[in-house]
Design a protein around this ligand. Sequence first.
Ligand code: NAP
Length: 263
Amino acid sequence: MFKSLIGRSVIVTGGSKGIGGGISRGFGAAGSRVLVVSRNLAEAEAVAEDIRAAGGTASGFAADVSTLDGNRGMVDRAVELYGGLDILCANAGIYPAAMIEDMTVEEFDRVMNTNLRSTFLSTAAAVKAMKARGRGRIIITSSTTGPVTGYPGWAHYGASKAGQLGFMRTAAIELARYGITVNAVIPGAIMTDGLAGLPEEFLGRITAAVPLKRFGKVEEIANGALFLASDEAAYVTGHALSIDGGMTLPEFEMALDESASLT
Ligand code: NAP
């Protein structure tokens, strides 16, 4: 789809599963050279193997993106394997639920460190390698939860996802001088392994609230990331691209009634 992605060196954090798995495979199919990162090496390597089996170039790497060493290690590995780094997809994230009154400091910190501190650390590690190239693309996976909406149990998660967008806006200004753009994708309700096993009734209530009446696919988030990483998006920076089937649009629930009208 985007020829400018052929041969580009890409890191996808959280690339072993779900949305990150879709992003990794998307870049693999576009001809980029992909480093699939997660804490579990075997799972990252399995996605890399799929990409190689389809004729692409990919490798797995184990790193904890909440740590300084993990982020430096993955960037060093991409540079060693592919001669540099062009694109970072800061996608790794966790979303455990806890009500505020029960939430421990450790739970809060774990969510913030995995989702938000990792965004800072992976960006900082990537900048060094991208500066050497004179260009770069950073794509952050945020969420509707936090920047736009809320849900009981996800106060820490929502704070981390809104924080990513705050980080993005200043990063986009700071890094423009090096030819690096910084953007985000905002997934709505996306069908991943974790959701697939949940009761039909629960899943049906979610899709009923989405104007397009279905879950998003990981490939649809990948397509947004591919665009933001391409040469075609050279003039887009500091932008958060919602890919949510219109989930955040209805003024009230009744706006989704087929017969809804004020006349
Ligand atoms: P997922 O299927 O649970 O996958 C999470 C990925 O992140 C795995 O590869 C996991 O591998 C990795 N990961 C977790 N902690 C890590 C750490 N400390 N260091 C390195 N890798 C780590 O999640 P998902 O649903 O695809 O979500 C991916 C991103 O999309 C998240 O940022 C999430 O907030 C966002 N999002 C998802 C949805 C949705 O509907 N699914 C909606 C909005 C936003 P290991 O456990 O092996 O490390």
